[in-house]
Design a protein. Structure first.
Length: 132
């Protein structure tokens, strides 16, 4: 349960070449939490990456600078990039429908995304790692 004025944050993965499962998630989420943005780092060449949804029932407060400590140096740039890039969830929700017990095609849409992710792992993993 989210208290009045509360903000929910979801750590997700989205494959932008196969966006249908993500669009259904966003359509369903926005039915209850209509004010939502996506924070997603800019990682050239990567299509299936970590994305954060920030959502609330009321308008989200304006972004403001924050101080982060204990972030490993090699990740600091990516983290700041991610925080600076808030895009409306509607940018990713095209074609999404609210999921219910009566209508749920997500298994099929998600299977396509998972297969694409696994292909990417196989394409980029060192051959020695893939040997049995």
């Amino acid at each position: 349960c989210l208290r009045a004025g509360g903000i929910a944050v979801f750590n997700t993965f989205a494959h932008l070449d196969l966006p249908q499962a993500y669009a259904h998630l966003l359509a369903t989420l926005q039915r209850e939490l209509p004010h939502a943005v996506i924070h997603r780092p800019s990682v050239p060449g990567s299509r299936h990456i970590n994305s954060f949804i920030v959502a609330a029932a009321t308008p989200l407060p304006a972004m403001r600078p924050v101080t982060l400590t204990d972030v490993p140096e090699q990740h600091a740039g990516t983290l700041w990039d991610l925080l600076a890039q808030a895009r409306p969830a509607a940018d990713f929700a095209a074609g999404g429908r609210v999921i219910s017990d009566a209508w749920n095609p997500v298994g099929f849409a998600l299977a396509q995304s998972q297969a694409a992710f696994r292909r990417g792992v196989l394409e980029h993993a060192p051959p020695a790692l893939l040997m049995n």
